[in-house]
Design a binder for this molecule. Structure first.
Ligand code: PNS
Length: 183
């Protein structure tokens, strides 16, 4: 069975990689499909994202990486895929994802959407979170594949992250408040 894992992947995170790895154990082939989306201004070009995903999934022999335009369902049909694979992090994802799955079903009844619950450690993680942290000089080493982190830092003009907030000096203790005079 062939599964398409569609998305923006701007950039690929460890959460995406987790879904790809687990998907590759469930399906004969997984095609990671990067949407060419004219409505979004991305951090990385589609070409860069394809290269990043290829680099980080090269150890998975049944995973391919491709770009696509237009409707995901049409792309899936062209690839003779039966499944759209998506990760679910939280209830907030569920609403959007369910709507998308239902919409896709109205376009083609042949394609099923299969959700994988994101592993606990990545339940908060998104490409937007990664960009937000990197933009303000924080470390994203623990959030994206190693090779990608450096490329992200370059985009924000810093070659290595400034101190991670968790590792900075603890705040000094609060000064004790003056006590009210007793009446
Ligand atoms: O990584 P993302 O941005 O959450 O991925 C969203 C994506 C690319 C899967 C979705 O926007 C999509 O499938 N777009 C292609 C257009 C389409 O098929 N729309 C119908 C489903 S609502």
């Amino acid at each position: 069975m062939i599964a398409i894992y569609p998305g923006s992947f701007d950039p690929i995170t460890l959460g995406h990689l987790d879904i790809i790895q687990r998907g590759s154990r469930l399906f004969d082939r997984v095609i990671v499909a990067v949407l060419r989306n004219p409505n979004k201004i991305p951090l990385f070009t589609v070409q860069q994202r394809l290269e990043q995903i290829r680099l980080t999934t090269q150890h998975l022999s049944n995973v391919e990486v491709d770009g696509f335009d237009g409707l995901t369902v049409n792309y899936a049909q062209n690839k003779q895929a039966q499944v759209l694979l998506r990760g679910l992090r939280a209830i907030s994802d569920f609403e959007v994802e369910l709507q998308m799955a239902h919409t896709n079903k109205t376009i083609s009844t042949q394609i099923e959407t299969v959700f994988l619950a994101t592993s606990n450690e990545y339940s908060f993680l998104s490409s937007s979170v990664v960009k937000e942290i990197a933009r303000f000089g924080g470390s994203v080493d623990h959030l994206v594949p190693q090779q990608i982190a450096l490329e992200i830092y370059k985009c924000y003009n810093h070659t290595s992250p400034i101190a991670n907030p968790i590792t900075t000096e603890p705040l000094p203790p609060l000064k004790s408040m003056p006590t009210e005079p007793e009446t």
